[in-house]
Each structure stands twice: as structure tokens, then as C-alpha cells.
Design a protein around this ligand. Structure first.
Ligand SMILES: NC(=O)c1ccc[n+]([C@@H]2O[C@H](COP(=O)([O-])OP(=O)(O)OC[C@H]3O[C@@H](n4cnc5c(N)ncnc54)[C@H](OP(=O)(O)O)[C@@H]3O)[C@@H](O)[C@H]2O)c1
Length: 336
């Protein structure tokens, strides 16, 4: 059986600055489904993630750059359309890393089956997927979260950040949340129940502001943005505070290297722990996360939002909008 497969590809590397729609193209190829054990999948949901920006440069990173002209890899969720594999049946849903494309053929070792009886399929790209897992590992394993901690979260209305805020609240912490719009501030305070949220774009002096709203200082800072925000947070950490370095989105499109931190003396004097992590190192540590997260979702203790863009051809637009902060919760593309 010959099928037309459409995919998004990167036309050129983008060494710095915000990507533009013209950096991407939609292409198609014929794929041939015939061999034993092959599985034909049609993606229904595509995960749009900030780390992909790092793969759009030629610089060596923890994952190779995208191959120009080839389908862009990344998390996606699809339905099995045909299968020659007894374990993966037609109609079942799978997660893969085949990314920004509609149809693809795979063997079973690149697919993870999911059970869509209890949750909507796309939940497995959000709170029950990498996003939720990142929040969970970052808080508990890296940040050693404790009850009554005062926790600061940046990009708090995003996919990872909104789950971080809620897990910290569930665990009896006080949560201060930073985000980039008044609408997001409202959602964080009214719907997610954080103790205080603010729009960082409206703050002139972040160090003074953090002191004003929380004079005691922070036990834990969950850093999604890096740059000046990280420096301000370091000034406001308590002794023995912990900083979890999850991401550095404020620096991803920077046109020049960011200056180093000016306040390393605070790290020394306050005996801070600053620790980075990548969720890919924790893939075998999932069981507790999955059990807790399913319980929290089912019992309505944890809420989540999705920002949905329709159409494979609009995936680059969704990606650029994510970098510009237009998403509330998880940014997803739905393929009809
Ligand atoms: N370590 C890991 O394994 C791992 C895994 C997944 C994700 N991450 C990282 O976690 C972070 C969040 O990822 P996500 O998928 O949940 O994305 P997200 O937070 O849902 O979306 C990105 C958000 O970043 C914010 N942003 C954009 N430019 C910014 C700037 N200059 N300063 C401050 N905020 C800015 C925007 O929100 P505002 O409206 O608030 O500006 C935007 O909505 C990213 O840094 C990502 O790379 C790390």
C-alpha cells in the first residue's frame, strides 16, 4: 500500500533570533507499507516544545540538529491505521518521536502504546507525558521539594510551569508564579490557586519586587527561563535554597551570548544548590509519577489547559507563537 505522507521540514539553520515562517516548508513523500511487523500510524496530535529551537541551529547540543529537508522529529500522538504486528492493533493509539508529520511507518520499538480509555489521548503529551514528568522529576528528584517550602516558578502558565505550581500546592507549599500576561496571571491565581502571580513584563526591578512580595526569600526556584530572571532569583534565595534549572527560554533566540551571572557570591554565601537536569535521563523513573499524576487528574486536584492550533501546515506558526508566549498551558497541533 502506497500512502502520501506530509511533513514539515526546516529549510535553513537559524543561528540566532526568532524563527520565521519562511524557515520552514511543508513537503510530502510516498511511503510504502508492506513488510511484516510494520505499523502504519496517522498522527492526530503534535507536541510543540521549546527545546526544538536548540535543534534549529547547527551548534552541537545534547541532541543533534534537525536534518535540513527531512521531517522534523518530536513528540507526537497518533492512531494505528494498519498493522502487521500482533501486539499493535489497528485503532490503538501510540506516542512516537516521528514529529511534525501526518502518516508514518514504524516498527514497534519506536512506539509506546497508550490507553485512551481513561484520559483524552493528548493528555499523554501534556500532564501524563514529558511535560508532567519534567515537572515531577524537577520538583521531587532534583529540587527535593518539602512541605511548606516557598517556591518561585517562572513561565508558570506554560505547560511545565503550570504543573509545577500545582504539584507544589498539592504538597503544602507557598507558590509565587511569574508569567507574561495579565490573562495568565488571572488563570494562575483564580484557577490554579497559586498564592501570588505577577506579569514579569510589567516589573521594573525584579529583585526589589520579589523582596516586596515575599520578604522571607525562596526555598526553591524552578527556573524555566534563565537570564536576568535567574540572577534576580539568586539574590532572593534563602540560605541552603535550591534552584532547579529546567530551561532557558529567555535565551533561546538571543542574538548575542548572555552575560554571566553577576551574583555568584550569593551562591557561595547562601550555600545554594543549582542543578540542571534533562528529562531524558529519567525515563526509567516513571511509575511513581504516573500513579500520582493519574490520581491528581482523576480527583480534580490538578487542572490543565491546552492551546490548540489546527492543521499540520500550521505547526511552524504554533511553534513561533509558543516562543512568543501566546500559549496558555500545553501548545499542541491537532491534525484532522
Ligand atoms: N529539562 C528538561 O528536560 C525540559 C523538558 C521540557 C521542557 N523544558 C523547558 O521547560 C521550559 C518550559 O517548557 P514548556 O514546554 O512548558 O513551554 P511553555 O512554558 O509552555 O511555553 C514557553 C513559554 O515561555 C515563555 N517565554 C517566552 N519567552 C520568554 C522570555 N524571554 N522570558 C520569560 N519567559 C518567556 C512564554 O510564556 P510567558 O507568557 O510567561 O512569557 C511561553 O509561553 C522551557 O524552557 C523548556 O525548554 C525542559
Amino acid at each position: 500500500m502506497i500512502i502520501k505522507s506530509n511533513f514539515i521540514t526546516l529549510k535553513r539553520y537559524i543561528p540566532s533570533g526568532m524563527p520565521s515562517l519562511d524557515d520552514f516548508a511543508i513537503k510530502s513523500e510516498k511511503i510504502n507499507f508492506k513488510v511484516n511487523d510494520q505499523i502504519l500510524v496517522k498522527n492526530e496530535w503534535i507536541s510543540v516544545d521549546p527545546y526544538m529551537r536548540g535543534r534549529m541551529t547547527e551548534r552541537k547540543n545534547y541532541i543533534d540538529p534537525f536534518e535540513l529537508g527531512k521531517p522534523m522529529e518530536g513528540g507526537a500522538l497518533g492512531k494505528i491505521i494498519e498493522s502487521n504486528n500482533k501486539e499493535f492493533k489497528k485503532g490503538e493509539y501510540v506516542i512516537s518521536n516521528f514529529g511534525w508529520r501526518d502518516y508514518f511507518i514504524s516498527s514497534d520499538n519506536f512506539l509506546t502504546k497508550i490507553d485512551v480509555q481513561k484520559f483524552q489521548p493528548q493528555t499523554f503529551l501534556g500532564p501524563l507525558g514529558f511535560t508532567g514528568h519534567t515537572a515531577y522529576i524537577g520538583l521531587f528528584k532534583i529540587g527535593q521539594l518539602k512541605k511548606n517550602d516557598i517556591v518561585l516558578v517562572s513561565s508558570a502558565a506554560g505547560s511545565v510551569g503550570s504543573i509545577v505550581c500545582q504539584i507544589a500546592k498539592i504538597n503544602g507549599c507557598k507558590v509565587i508564579a511569574s508569567t507574561g500576561s495579565d490573562e495568565k496571571v488571572k488563570w494562575l491565581e483564580k484557577e490554579l490557586g497559586v498564592d501570588h502571580a505577577f506579569n514579569y513584563k510589567k516589573i521594573d526591578n525584579l529583585v526589589l519586587y520579589l523582596k516586596e512580595i515575599n520578604p522571607e526569600g525562596f526555598d526553591l526556584y524552578f527556573d524555566n527561563v534563565g537570564g536576568d530572571f535567574l540572577e534576580a532569583a539568586i539574590y532572593r534565595m534563602k540560605n541552603y535554597g535550591k534552584i532547579v534549572i529546567c530551561g532557558r527560554i529567555s535565551q533561546m533566540n538571543a542574538t548575542s551570548p548572555s552575560p554571566g551571572l553577576k551574583n555568584m557570591a550569593h551562591v557561595l554565601v547562601k550555600r545554594l544548590t543549582i542543578k540542571g537536569f534533562l528529562i531524558f535521563d529519567h525515563l526509567n523513573d516513571k511509575e511513581e509519577f504516573y500513579n500520582d499524576m493519574t490520581y491528581w487528574i482523576k480527583s480534580n486536584k490538578l487542572k490543565f489547559k491546552e492551546t490548540i492550533v489546527d492543521g499540520l501546515e500550521n505547526t511552524p506558526k504554533a511553534f513561533i507563537e509558543l516562543l512568543k508566549g501566546r500559549n496558555l498551558g500545553k501548545m499542541l497541533v491537532r491534525i484532522g
